[in-house]
Design a protein around this ligand. Sequence first.
Ligand code: GDP
Length: 194
Amino acid sequence: MPGRFTFLTSATRLEQCPADMRPEIAVLGRSNSGKSTLINAWAGSQIAKTSSTPGKTRLINFFDGPHYRLVDFPGYGYSARSGDEQASWGGMIETFLSTRGSLKGALLLMDCRRDWTNEEAMLLKFLERRGSPMAVVLTKSDKLNRSEEDKMRAKFKNIPGVAAIFFTSSTKRKGLEELEDYVFRTWVLEEVVT
Ligand code: GDP
């Protein structure tokens, strides 16, 4: 289901989010996880700004596709933020993930060379509480050889509550179709059919 996504709007606060009425997929990831690059590859155009763009870090961006909406969250990774910023960002994302009616699932993007930490576990917990699935997307897989990839796969398989694991490379366009297909069939289409 690639292509044909367009920028809808940005929000800095929950009250600014658009009407909660189309299937939504949250896209989460630390700064530098490759989130913007993946969204751009997914959309087939440069709709998401990349890390180097100043001021992009606090916005929730909504992108509309033909069947569902991608919701791009500001990069987490609390260490780079002040205490107040951490608290407000954490509160906003927790509330969105816990209350947004249209949310069908969340993709947690991680650089494939990073480990699962408490911050990822926390995001998973918010989603589990409301019964929404989370898939882990290990990005930049072109940086791993086969045996390193197998090792990471084994590691992530043991994390309870993760619905699926994908390895993607936006630069090599690897794993993207499989990911899009999964999201559409498992999270979006299910909803349309039932
Ligand atoms: P964001 O902060 O999560 O939005 O991350 P960006 O999309 O801006 O990417 C962060 C850095 O990772 C940039 O230098 C990208 O060029 C690089 N990057 C993103 N995706 C890939 C990928 O699939 N492979 C490789 N090798 N580098 C990538």
